[in-house]
Design a protein around this ligand. Structure first.
Ligand SMILES: [Mg+2]
Length: 226
């Protein structure tokens, strides 16, 4: 194979795409913990989260969920975090086709990486991968919550290559669902980029993926054809 490493986006790529109402999610998370003012708390958290994602979009600066809570004046108690994770859990399951692809790549000796624009700490992501039986298949992962930058900043992609001990971007393939962050970002550092399109994600006309697949099960035959 002409490919030594495949680096995946997480949300909407390794997990099936879900449309999530952020304001409603915060309302549900805050309700049991703030009986007197949960609507105000939820609104503050939602505003903070939107602001920090906007910073990622415009300046490629990363943020954390704890930064969101701090900005909203909400203490990250164990109980609140437990509610948060329980409400998010249905949206975290690895696509069964994704699990199969990770196994196939691993069997072929292809390194597997993850590069996610995420506010969650590594431990939350690793717990999700452990639950789904794929943590041991992942050779290296970069979560933007741990670095200064988000995709499409080149530093994010360089960190992901380093995480899987790769130095030649031409031997790496990036797989993602966002034309701007994933496809444009990966190609800008010299990787090939495969788009798994989602209906809700904004298009970016200048990003021409090297391939488009509708299902992750198409990935291994595609890479082998290269
Ligand atoms: Mg995504």
């Amino acid at each position: 194979m002409a490919v030594d490493a495949v680096i995946f986006d997480w949300g909407g790529t390794l997990t099936p795409w879900h449309t999530i109402d952020g304001a409603e999610m915060w309302r549900i998370v805050c309700e049991p913990h703030f009986p007197d003012d949960h609507l105000d708390r939820a609104a503050a958290a939602h505003v903070a989260e939107v602001e920090l994602w906007e910073l990622a979009r415009t300046e490629h600066r990363s943020a954390t969920i704890f930064g969101v809570l701090e900005q909203a004046g909400i203490e990250p108690t164990d109980a609140l975090i437990a509610t948060y994770l329980r409400e998010w859990e249905p949206h975290t399951f690895t696509d069964p086709d994704g699990i199969a692809v990770l196994r196939q790549l691993h069997e072929r000796g292809v390194k597997i990486g993850v590069l996610s624009n995420t506010m969650w700490p590594r431990s939350w992501h690793e717990e999700v991968f452990r639950r789904d039986g794929v943590l041991d298949l992942i050779d290296g992962a970069v979560y933007s919550s741990e670095i200064d930058w988000t995709k499409p900043h080149p530093e994010a992609f360089s960190a992901a290559m380093a995480a899987v001990a790769m130095s030649d971007p031409r031997r790496c393939v990036f797989v993602g669902d966002r034309p701007w962050d994933d496809i444009h970002g990966a190609q800008s550092v010299g990787m090939r980029a495969v788009l798994v399109p989602n209906s809700d994600v904004p298009t970016f006309a200048d990003a021409i993926p090297d391939a488009v697949i509708s299902n992750l099960s198409d990935l291994v035959p595609l890479i082998e054809s290269w």
